[in-house]
Design a protein around this ligand. Structure first.
Ligand code: 0X9
Ligand code: ZN
Length: 296
């Protein structure tokens, strides 16, 4: 966590963990990206029958250029698997972590265009490529804040789940939706804990439960302060987001965390900040794990 890693490096790390800790870790290939890269979820569980306990889902790398997001997701994986002092986080909860939802975009930001955001799929009507994965999920798809123009960074795609990445991710989550109690998606930047809904300024009936837990989690942050509140209130209305979709299928606690910074370096956060951001973030997971162990 002293530099940003290429996809093959991240995938080699996941494979290493799977081989080294077979009792704790299961690497699950949930499908392929548009350019045929594998999509990996890692399950971390010390249960004798994994899949029967409450679970937390964490994903990163939905947006290609937000490099701090896969970095934090892989740090969380490393801490949960390899640090004995964190074993209490595994005692009542299973973890599903997908560090790079959009591997094609992530690679493209390393090889060609550092500011790429979207997937890399080809359009049948335009020479512009890519769909915004966070406008492509199937709840309120095609509403506010989502472009119909394939050349825009917020292009929604031709239909909900048009992208193999969002389709595979959502299908996997749906299959585990009775187990998963908390959906956490890591983005950057801004230092926000965002609560649904984001498609418009609409609060779910249990908004206050989500707010209380987010405030409790955010109280663990020392070095970076995060602003907690409704997504459309704090940022803007944007439909087709993964957080809204997760909430809509019955996952009670659903959050988007916008990691540091607040705009000084924006998407190009210096590598020297990776470890401080990861270390500041990790303690919040204890708050989440404690809650979901008994919540719902
Ligand atoms: O616009 C987004 O997709 C997210 N911000 S980012 O700068 N990382 O692109 C915010 C998404 C918030 N959630 C919803 N609008 N549903
Ligand atoms: Zn993002």
């Amino acid at each position: 966590w002293i530099s940003y890693h290429r996809l093959n490096n991240i995938y080699a790390f996941l494979t290493y963990l799977n081989t080294t800790y077979p009792k704790l870790v299961q690497l699950i290939n949930i499908g392929s990206s548009y350019e045929k890269r594998p999509l990996y979820v890692i399950r971390i569980s010390n249960s004798s029958s994994p899949g029967t306990r409450p679970a937390i889902w964490i994903d990163g790398g939905i947006h290609a250029r937000e490099w701090i997001s896969p970095a934090v997701a892989t740090y969380i994986i490393q801490q949960l698997v390899e640090v004995p002092a964190n074993a209490k986080l595994l005692s009542n909860v299973d973890w599903y972590i997908m560090p790079v939802v959009n591997p094609d975009g992530y690679e493209f930001t390393h090889t060609t265009n550092r500011m790429w955001r979207k997937t890399r799929s080809v359009s049948s009507t335009s020479s512009c490529r890519g769909v915004d994965p966070n406008r492509n999920f199937g709840f309120k798809w095609g509403g506010l804040g989502a472009s119909t123009n394939p050349c825009q960074d917020t292009y929604r795609g031709t239909k909900a789940f048009s992208e193999p990445e969002t389709l595979a991710t959502s299908n996997f989550i749906k299959g585990k939706s009775s187990q998963i109690k908390l959906y956490l998606t890591l983005h950057s930047y801004g230092q926000y804990a965002l609560i649904p809904y984001g498609y418009d300024v609409v609060y779910p009936p249990d908004y206050n439960d989500l707010l209380a837990l987010a405030n409790n989690a955010a109280s663990k942050f020392v070095k970076y302060t995060y602003t907690v509140g409704n997504s459309a209130d704090l940022l803007y209305a944007a439909s087709g987001g993964s957080d809204d979709w997760a909430k809509s299928i019955g996952i009670k606690y659903s959050y988007t965390f916008e990691l540091p910074d607040r705009g000084t370096n924006a998407f190009t956060l210096p590598a020297s900040e990776i470890l401080p951001v990861c270390q500041d973030f990790f303690p919040a997971l204890d708050v989440f794990a404690t809650k979901v162990a008994t919540c719902c």
